[in-house]
Design a protein around this ligand. Structure first.
Ligand code: DC
Length: 219
């Protein structure tokens, strides 16, 4: 039997990361933050001066990078890049480079390698629609743009970054549009995904909803 996957997709700052992480902990499963893989590629492209429209250069970069995920941290070689990849500029570059099919292809197997027993909770944009299209449970998590901008603001301030709420909201809407309108693996719910609007729910409530949905699948 294939190793089970719970795919959690949704727009930026929808809370996917926190929720996927907690669901994985509750089940004792592995966790994949696929956005981190795009962000690492974006960070290196910025450092190496590879332009956002240089698809072959970006795909070659993605193929040679070997990020290591250790608990909550991400390493590139010996460098801990966990904090650096969370900067807004890196997230925005990640969204811009993610439009290239060649880059997405170069990252596909790297993401699938996380599928290991006893199970995987994977969060991103195309976990249910492309990367783990056979996942037995797919969740599409949404929340209003205003709520998501407030959550992102809080997160950035807590991490010690400076942030400006109106600017964040504008950037988040631009990123949503780019992620949803791109031709390659656009952000959209898989046909068989369960839609969950978290605007009025706490993280715990969403986690319980996902765990409940998983129990229903099992019975
Ligand atoms: O989830 P995040 O904000 O860390 O992701 C950053 C960007 O990476 C996002 O704007 C689009 C891209 N991405 C993607 O295209 N596919 C994924 N599965 C995950 C992220």
């Amino acid at each position: 039997m294939a190793v089970p996957v719970i795919a959690i997709d949704g727009p930026t700052a929808s809370g996917k990361g926190a929720i996927a992480h907690r669901v994985a902990d509750a089940l004792g499963w592995h966790y994949l933050d696929s956005g981190a893989i795009y962000r690492i590629t974006a960070l290196c492209a910025m450092r190496e001066g590879i332009a956002a429209d240089d698809a072959p250069g970006l795909a070659a970069l993605a193929a040679r990078l070997r990020p290591r995920f250790l608990a909550e941290q991400v390493f590139l070689g010996d460098e801990d890049v966990s904090l650096a990849i969370r900067a807004e500029a890196v997230g925005s570059m990640a969204s811009r480079i993610a439009v290239h099919p060649a880059l997405r292809q170069a990252l596909l197997q790297r993401q699938r390698d996380f599928r290991q027993a006893p199970g995987l909770v994977a969060d991103g944009r195309d976990m249910g629609s492309v990367v783990f299209a056979d996942a037995p449970l797919k969740i599409f998590l949404t929340a209003s743009a205003e709520i998501r901008a407030q959550r992102r603001y809080k997160q950035l301030i807590e991490k010690g970054f400076s942030a400006n709420l109106p600017g964040l909201l504008a950037d988040l809407k631009a990123r949503d549009a780019r992620d949803a309108d791109r031709a390659a693996a656009p952000l959209k719910p898989a046909e068989d995904a369960l839609l969950v609007d978290s605007s009025a729910l706490t993280i715990d409530e969403v986690v319980q909803t996902v765990l409940w949905a998983w129990q229903q699948r099992m019975t």
